[in-house]
Design a binder for this molecule. Structure first.
Ligand code: UDP
Length: 327
């Protein structure tokens, strides 16, 4: 019998790619998603997959699903459901950390009952900027002094991770954590505020690319299919209670350089304009410190092997946006 996985957030950006891969690999998937951040139409996505019997779903929150005491049984749980994005999190200010911890507690109870391993898809934001942007799993985390909605997102994710790891120490629950760095690829929505869908849409529309401040911010972009590889490897080989950076250090770039690459790869004649994001999104918007991964742990011990460079990520997203597909 093929393996069956619970995927929370399986109709979101990363989740939908993970579900596609699980099904292609012959596994079965049950998605729990309230469609709140889904960048795709559910019908179009199901049509794209050919409405396979191996994919089932409940359209509700993680908490509602868990509190319904489902009788389902799973070999593993991928936890991706979350509010997301520098702009996407703003309407949830004050409720984010609470939501993340409640979801994690309920899922840990559920997974414990079923004897299923959890892979928690967390965030590189937990580092708070690391060592001038360089983030290693062994480093002390930084809690920035400035209290922002972004900080609530970061500490909520970190608190949920911490509780999960401690559960593995005091109970038989098995869990590994993945911390993605700047994921990008087809289906990523500009609504969350993420830079690449914004730049590419602007470039294709001939509008100015909105580089915030002076564009010197540093990030490392990773194609969503490489992220999915890392998530699957964490389920297969991840050490119990261990967190793994999943981000391609070779794709490190400043945002101004990224904007120039987008113009080059798309052949756009748009201008670059330097803007203040608070003027667009309001005073709750906050910038993250520079961040890029030390991925040596995932490369070495998971055998993770990211394949795609920044130009490919841009090209792939531009092809998707040009195609006008909704899934
Ligand atoms: N950014 C930008 N223009 C935009 C959107 C984002 O210059 O239209 C910058 C943003 O300030 C940040 C970087 O691009 O320095 C990455 O932003 P994103 O929101 O994609 O990810 P995060 O900041 O969470 O790493």
């Amino acid at each position: 019998m093929s393996k069956r996985f619970l995927v929370t957030g399986g109709f979101g950006f990363i989740g939908s790619h993970l579900v596609e891969r699980l099904l292609a690999d012959g596994a079965r998937a049950h998605v729990v998603d309230d469609l709140s951040t889904s960048p795709i139409s559910l019908d179009a996505f199901l049509d794209l997959l050919g409405r396979p019997a191996a994919l089932t779903h409940d359209l509700c929150t993680v908490l509602d699903y868990c509190q319904g005491n489902p009788r389902d049984s799973f070999d593993g749980v991928f936890h991706l459901a979350s509010v997301v994005g520098p702009v996407g999190v703003l309407p949830h200010a004050g409720k984010i950390a609470h939501m993340m911890i409640n979801d994690m507690t309920a899922l840990s109870d559920l997974a414990s009952r079923m004897g299923a391993k959890i892979v928690d898809v967390s965030t590189s934001e937990v580092y708070g900027g690391g060592r001038d942007g360089w983030c290693s799993e062994d480093d002390t985390k930084l809690i920035q002094a400035n209290v922002t909605v972004r900080l609530e997102y970061a500490v909520g994710k970190l608190a949920a991770e911490t509780a999960l790891v401690n559960r593995t120490k005091v109970s038989p629950l098995q869990a590994s954590i993945v911390r993605p760095f700047n994921v990008a690829g087809p289906r990523q929505s500009a609504k969350g505020g993420f830079v690449l869908p914004r730049f590419i849409q602007q470039a294709l529309a001939g509008e100015p690319l909105t580089v915030y401040h002076d564009g010197t911010m540093v990030r490392a972009f990773t194609h969503v299919s490489d992220i999915v590889d890392g998530i699957l490897l964490a389920m297969e080989r991840g050490e119990n209670g261990r967190a793994y950076n999943i981000g391609n250090p070779r794709n490190k770039t400043t945002i101004l350089e990224l904007a120039k690459r987008v113009l080059r790869v798309t052949g756009s004649r748009s201008e670059i304009s330097f803007v203040d994001p608070a003027a667009i999104f309001g005073p709750l918007f906050a910038e993250a410190n520079d961040k890029y991964p030390d991925a040596s742990l995932a490369l070495r011990s998971l055998g993770w092997d990211p394949k795609h460079g920044v130009d490919f990520v841009i090209q792939d997203m531009a092809d998707y946006i040009r195609s006008g597909r909704t899934a």
